[in-house]
Design a protein around this ligand. Structure first.
Ligand code: SF4
Ligand code: SF4
Length: 222
């Protein structure tokens, strides 16, 4: 899932300042914590209160989309609303991918209500970064623990000289050193140490140079 954090309300108010009629759209897709129709309605109320206190006009309509990052779903959901009414702007409660999808479809200003943080998973009460979409997955050689997303230096051939008592030198020794964790995991499995000692070729950054497109991926079958 994609992990996001709400933008400060003051930033949202400032972005929307020039606009009087706004469509606020939630997204029910994969991002966490979820911000669908309920959050869209709440955001509309907050903006309304602020505008009222300032004696400024404001009108909003709210909706939610199953996945804003899917152009077909977004168009079919928003068509009935946007065919009927005109809006000065759209405020999107989706991640940055959803915001850009909406902005690509509609020729009106689209603003983000979230800061998009990372791709991660929910472990207990926390969301933790798990994958940096490097384009050349190493999990099969690292005990299922990603060194790109979990090592502060994204090293691929074992730890740097910095860890102390299993903690990473980056960030004042608060986080576990990813490579010590990978070692512990592999060491507990048959053949794991061989995998740990295996030399991995330097990262091929061409595989993750932006912007990427799925149609450009070459599938090699040997
Ligand atoms: S190695 Fe890490 S960053 Fe690369 S694809 Fe696998 S999980 Fe994602
Ligand atoms: S201490 Fe471990 S996690 Fe931190 S940068 Fe070095 S190898 Fe990576």
């Amino acid at each position: 899932m994609i992990i996001t954090k709400e933008k400060p309300l003051e930033e949202i108010y400032a972005m929307l300042e020039p606009h009087k009629k706004i469509l606020i759209i939630g997204c029910d897709g994969c991002f966490q914590p979820p911000r669908g129709l309920k959050q869209a309605n709440l955001t509309a109320k907050l903006i309304q209160i602020k505008r009222k206190l300032e004696n400024k006009g404001f009108a909003a309509k709210t909706a939610t989309v199953l996945r804003q990052c899917d152009d077909d779903i977004t168009v079919s959901t928003l068509r009935p609303i946007l065919d009927d009414e005109q809006f000065d702007a759209i405020l999107s409660l989706a991640c940055g991918v959803g915001v850009q999808t909406v902005a690509e479809i509609y020729d009106i200003p689209v603003y983000p209500a979230q800061n998009t943080l990372f791709m991660g998973s929910k472990i207990g009460d926390e969301f933790l970064e798990k994958c940096a979409a490097c384009g050349d997955c190493l999990l099969g050689y690292t005990g299922g623990l990603c060194p790109i997303a979990n090592c502060a230096k994204s090293l691929v051939n074992g730890p740097c000289g910095g860890p102390i008592d299993g903690k990473c030198e980056v960030g004042e020794y608060k986080n576990q050193c990813a490579w010590i964790e990978i070692y512990k995991r592999l060491n507990s499995r048959p053949g794991g140490l061989e995998l740990f000692m295996k030399f991995r070729t330097p990262v091929d950054y061409r595989k993750r140079s932006n912007p990427r497109k799925s149609a450009e991926e070459v599938i090699e079958i040997e």
